[in-house]
Design a protein around this ligand. Structure first.
Ligand code: FES
Length: 146
């Protein structure tokens, strides 16, 4: 069950009045029952127009952007590994640590190493500087507030 509530307040400002914002939008977070987050599965939600993923990593709940930080792969279709402590993107296979967001494995590394032994012996590949975009959340009264 998802609940999203929005309240929109519009202010009509006549000429000469203090220029207040014409529109104030309050967004209440999406709330998801904690009991609906099944272990071993990645749940995808849209929060404020952005896709996010929610899943268990052992006894820790993880909330992150659904967009892979490499080049935008769909992490809602990713594979959970190590009991959810790692997440592997379906597009290029980067493996992320779900606690820190750091890249654990670059699947292209073995191809780079093979090339290094041949034509590019002096080449040193750069380490990825991007991370899984972990997001804050709260658990209140059995609901995950995103
Ligand atoms: S887009 Fe995810 S690994 Fe490339």
């Amino acid at each position: 069950m998802l609940r999203e509530s929005r309240s929109v307040t519009r202010h009509n400002v006549s000429a000469g009045e203090l220029a207040l914002p014409a529109c104030t939008i309050h967004l209440v977070a999406v709330q998801v029952p904690l009991s609906s987050i099944r272990r071993g599965r990645i749940h995808t939600f849209e929060v404020r127009g952005r896709p996010i993923i929610v899943f268990w990593a052992r006894d820790r709940l993880v909330v992150a952007s659904e967009i892979c930080p490499h080049i935008g792969g769909p992490l809602g279709e990713a594979r959970l590994e190590d009991d959810g402590c790692a997440l592997r993107c379906p597009w290029h296979g980067y493996k992320y640590d779900t606690a820190s967001g750091a890249v654990l494995e670059n699947p292209n590394e073995r191809f780079v190493q093979k090339r290094l032994q041949t034509a590019y012996a002096s080449y040193r590949p750069a380490q990825p500087t991007f991370k899984l975009n972990l997001l804050p959340f709260e658990i209140k009264d059995g609901m995950v507030c995103l």
